[in-house]
Write a protein that binds this ligand. Structure first.
Ligand SMILES: Cc1cc2nc3c(=O)[nH]c(=O)nc-3n(C[C@H](O)[C@H](O)[C@H](O)COP(=O)(O)OP(=O)(O)OC[C@H]3O[C@@H](n4cnc5c(N)ncnc54)[C@H](O)[C@@H]3O)c2cc1C
Length: 482
């Protein structure tokens, strides 16, 4: 290590204490390897501050020394945003030691938390107070609220409660120059000037580090109904979605599409799972309704299923008779992801189209994929109640990994071209990070790019925080010369 790097590490240790700084060869895997285990980074060190003031001090030190930094939460993000560079020049700032829930207000339905709180813990503590924090996703045992805010995470309950953007009332952020912005209000209405809070939400760590938040809570549902319904097609799923919204008093809280292939991937990943139905069907919908108060949710669900069967949208199904059975159904949904990961190289997309166009998009994109690579397997699944689909592809069985990468890349381009025709988004939930940057910039208008560059420049003119994520640092630097 050269002297300037060594001096910088010494200064970090002096600032936070030796325990707070991790350097190779300590166990770096959690910080340097992405969730799929594919991408690797090599940071200069990992700094683990315990307070907002410590985060600010680290950021100031980085700025004084011109050292790049990247905030990291649970490192479950899927676009490489939290992954450090490979050249040993970047500091990872991990929020893992800032994990306190400060307070819950069960009257105003709000909660004050540190940026490093793990999502599952937040949900658990809210429930102890008969409250509910609705963000639910497969990575909730590891992802942190700061990461959820930075990526504007979505998940299973968006159709009822909205994305992270709608679940945050206040924020505290350490800016790239080390100043602390205190926007920790619990106000539901606040129309003062520009909405800075919303600028930070979804900014993927490029504009500042989220150190604390005031979250919006809801009454804890007293009853839920979960059903796995077999359906003939994607078009039927979308008709069923409309029916569910209308006939369940808009108490629908999740509506997931699962193709048969995904069911099989779940069984591969979790052999203890059994098929809840006796016969295999082409598609399934996993849906949930939830309510508080004197509502007969069971009757409502039964009526809905009856209507769906009469309309020949539902072919078969199972209604969870207990919360354990409901969890088992959701475990199928979770295990599908592991099943894909176990298959190795595959294409993961996270696209959205207008809800009413989703079935047509699946048809058109499937035709394009099948034409280009007939042996590949299309697995379209996801939060279709939000028009959000993981239109994923497994490469032909037995294809060499190197060739698969090329084929899948070509297929992604073709799928995105179809998406453009539907006015869709190449990133519904996961953000841009590094992985989606090219595809995003290719589609952004000149005006859009100029505005984004101006925003980044206003916050971080030296491009030291999360450089090269969302926008390339070269784009910011070259804009300075104009
Ligand atoms: C199995 C699985 C299922 C998933 N399901 C969903 C889903 O349904 N919906 C969905 O939206 N996402 C999903 N994701 C993606 C991921 O879980 C979310 O993006 C999550 O919000 C990331 O949180 P994290 O703490 O792991 O962030 P990280 O991965 O650590 O970081 C993500 C980005 O946020 C930045 N960041 C992290 N912490 C901070 C902070 N405190 N301040 C500023 N910037 C910060 C990082 O620099 C990076 O750019 C899933 C991921 C997995 C592995």
């Amino acid at each position: 290590m050269d002297t300037s790097k060594a001096n910088f590490i010494d200064a970090l240790v002096a600032l936070l204490g030796a325990n707070a700084i991790l350097q190779p060869p300590e166990d770096f895997a959690r910080y340097t390897q992405d969730w799929a285990g594919h991408r690797l980074g090599e940071p200069l060190a990992v700094a683990r501050p315990k307070t907002t003031e410590e985060v600010a001090a680290v950021v100031r030190l980085c700025r004084e020394n011109g050292v790049r930094m990247v905030p990291q939460g649970g490192h479950t993000g899927l676009v490489g945003g939290a992954l450090p560079d490979k050249d040993n020049n970047e500091i990872v700032i991990s929020l893992e030691r800032m994990n306190r829930v400060h307070s819950i207000d069960p009257v105003g339905f709000t909660m004050v938390v540190d940026g490093g709180c793990v999502l599952e813990e937040i949900k658990r503590i809210a429930e102890e107070q008969e409250c509910f924090f609705p963000l639910s996703l497969g990575a909730q045992g590891s992802c942190q609220i700061g990461g959820n805010i930075a990526t504007n995470a979505g998940g299973l309950n968006v159709l009822r409660y909205g994305m992270m953007r709608e679940l945050v009332l206040g924020l505290e952020v350490v800016l790239p120059d080390g100043r602390i912005w205190n926007g920790m209000t619990a106000l539901r209405k606040d129309n003062r000037a520009y909405n800075l809070k919303q600028l930070f939400i979804g900014s993927e760590g490029t504009l500042g580090i989220v150190t604390a938040a005031v979250l919006k809570l809801f009454p804890k549902p007293e009853q839920t109904q979960t059903a796995l319904l077999a359906i003939p097609s994607v078009a039927a799923a979308m008709q069923l979605y409309t029916l569910a919204r209308r006939s369940c008093s808009d108490l629908l809280s999740a509506f997931e599409l699962i193709p048969r292939k995904c069911m099989e991937l779940a069984f591969e990943a979790a052999p203890q799972l059994t098929d809840p139905l006796d016969v295999a069907y082409p598609y399934y919908v996993l849906m949930e309704t939830a309510a508080t108060g004197p509502v007969d949710l069971a009757q409502m669900m039964e009526n809905f299923v009856e209507q769906g069967m009469t309309a020949e949208l539902i072919l078969d199904g199972v209604l969870a008779a207990s919360s354990a059975q409901a969890l088992q159904l959701w475990f199928i949904r979770e295990s599908m992801l592991e099943g894909q990961r176990m298959r190795g190289e595959h294409l993961r997309t996270d696209v959205s189209v207008p809800i009413s166009a989703l079935a047509d998009f699946v048809d058109e994109a499937t035709t394009v994929v099948t034409h280009y690579s007939p042996e590949s397997t299309v697995i379209p699944y996801g939060h279709v109640g939000d028009g959000n689909l993981h239109f994923n592809i497994l490469p032909p069985p037995g294809m060499a990994a190197e060739q698969a990468v090329t084929v899948l890349h070509e297929l992604e381009e073709l799928i995105f071209d179809v998406l453009d025709r539907f006015n869709g988004s190449i990133s519904a939930e996961h953000g841009i990070g590094r992985i989606k940057q090219q595809a995003y910039l290719k589609r952004a208008s000149e005006a859009e790019r100029e505005l984004l560059v101006s925003i980044k420049r206003a916050f971080d003119p030296d491009c030291l925080m999360s450089a090269d994520r969302v926008l390339p640092a070269s784009m910011i630097k070259s804009s300075m010369n104009k």
